[in-house]
Write a protein that binds this ligand. Structure first.
Ligand code: ACO
Length: 447
């Protein structure tokens, strides 16, 4: 990893013109904007563009939050190895670290925990808002809409350049997302909403809002509570992934953080991203029995079936370090709740895939979501809810990245270029009867 800017240069010759150019290289990157000066000199030539669909090889920012070495399987938050944070820290400590760059001292931590604890309540109208959803609404759709709706409750959050406003918005989001998430769960189950309990820790309070019935105070199973704390830490940030890039891109328009974060939740919902944890469980259920694993793997390889969900990663080309921790965690949880046939199927899928040429040659290894679903299910979370758990944790990372983007003097509104491949100019030729359509519209308006 390079923290200091190191500058060398790239000499290139444009084969079209024979002209030579010298492009500075800083931290292993050339500036795409420097390519503009490489031009044929013709009047309509705006200079060279770089073409990179899906950002396979484009750095969109300089960031000091999370470091990943995909080949070596390394993940660090602000320099701290994920294994040590998972072992030693709490989720709120990690949330502080991600945002501020250093671990909190005792006073900072106590104040932060206090602030988060005392902002867990949501406006009563939020409850009515959530009650408006159908009984079978997907909780990610509910969470996404509810977080976007929070923007309307805090209009001053639009003052994003005011550090006081940014701070309270970040505290509100980290504090209220678990409450909204738990309300989504209770709605799904047709159960009354449970209000936050300020005497409990962040994770225990969340579990209380999810599971409490008539007991005066909910006592979470310590194994589940510890497992969820670790899973939250593992999911807290992951540099410029799809949802974080969405938060940064939407936030770059200078919209409020609630709106920007709802874009991240939408991106996380997708099955190729955070939604994979849900899809892994659905895939395992479909396989149904260990004996069906070879047939399933063949269907994946032939491209006729679905992908092996929970496998593969854009950046990790070796074992995802989070997946290693999750697998150990799954062992601990299953020691308590007992091994079920789905874990056996997952283990067999992993064994077969890791010894198969198709997966080896493509460097496809289990990612963080391969085993998380099994743990969540053993805690009795419904499959639909898994990605919501991911979103609670990722809130910390999204907000740290959002603030870093805002304070980065080099950032502007995100606005990629395109290579236009559509038709050239052509004259308009009417092929529909407008009069009829307009008449129909008028009739509709009169009704
Ligand atoms: N199962 C089978 N084949 C796969 C898988 C998979 N899970 N993932 C990639 N491949 C194959 C592709 O078919 C492709 O093969 P080809 O070269 O013969 O065409 C090759 O591996 C490269 O795949 P790409 O799609 O180019 O890789 P990309 O980096 O774009 O995709 C992704 C990464 C989306 C994670 C992909 O591996 C995938 O779809 N995995 C399953 C979904 C999943 O688990 N997502 C969670 C990721 S972790 C997270 O977001 C929290």
């Amino acid at each position: 990893m390079t923290t200091q800017a190191t500058t060398t240069a790239l000499d290139v010759t444009d084969a079209r013109t024979g002209k030579a150019y010298n492009l500075p290289i800083t931290d292993g990157a050339i500036r795409a904007n420097d390519l503009k000066k490489i031009s044929t000199g013709e009047e309509d030539d705006p200079g060279l563009l770089s073409y990179d669909p899906a950002f396979l090889n484009t750095a969109s920012c300089r960031s000091s939050i999370t470091f990943i070495d995909g080949d070596k399987g390394i993940l660090r938050y602000r320099g701290y190895p994920i294994e040590q944070l998972a072992e030693e820290s709490t989720f709120l400590e990690v949330a502080w670290l991600l945002r501020h760059g250093e671990l909190p001292n005792q006073k900072e931590y106590d104040e932060f925990v206090h602030d988060i604890t005392y902002h867990t309540y949501v406006h009563e109208n939020m409850r009515k808002f959530l009650e408006g959803f159908r009984y079978d609404a997907h909780p990610m759709a509910m969470l996404n809409s509810a977080v976007a709706a929070l923007s309307s409750f805090y209009p001053s959050s639009r003052n994003i350049m005011d550090p006081v406003e940014r701070n309270i918005s970040i505290i509100r989001l980290v504090a209220k997302v678990p409450t909204i998430a738990a309300f989504c769960y209770r709605h799904l189950k047709g159960l009354p909403f449970v209000y936050p309990d300020n005497d409990l820790s962040y994770v225990d309070n969340f579990l209380s809002m999810v599971a409490r019935m008539t007991e005066p105070q909910y006592q979470a199973n310590p194994i589940f509570s510890k497992a969820l704390e670790i899973l939250f830490i593992l999911h807290a940030d992951h540099e410029q992934n799809c949802s974080t890039s969405a938060v940064r891109a939407v936030g770059s328009s200078h919209v409020d953080p609630f709106s920007a974060m709802s874009a991240g939740i939408a991106a996380l919902f997708g099955p190729l991203h955070g939604g994979a944890n849900e899809q892994v469980l659905r895939m395992i259920e479909e396989i149904g029995h260990v004996k069906n694993v070879p047939q399933f793997i063949e269907s994946v390889k032939s491209g006729k079936g679905s992908r092996l969900m929970g496998f593969g990663h854009r950046v990790y080309k070796s074992y995802d370090p989070r997946a290693k921790i999750v697998k150990r965690l799954a062992d601990q949880v299953f020691e308590v709740v007992g091994v079920d046939k789905d874990l056996e199927i997952a283990l067999e899928l992993e064994r077969v895939a890791l010894s198969d040429e198709y997966f080896i040659s493509r460097k496809l290894y289990p990612n963080v979501d391969f085993y998380t679903g099994l743990i969540y299910r053993s805690m009795a979370f419904p499959t639909d809810f898994f990605t919501v758990l991911f979103a609670i944790a990722r809130t910390a990372g999204w907000l740290a990245q959002w603030e870093e983007m805002l304070l980065d003097k080099e950032q502007k509104i995100a606005r990629p270029r395109q290579i236009y491949i559509g038709p050239d100019e052509r004259p308009y030729k009417r092929s529909i009867d407008h009069g009829h359509a307009v008449g129909q519209q008028k009739d509709a308006l009169r009704q």
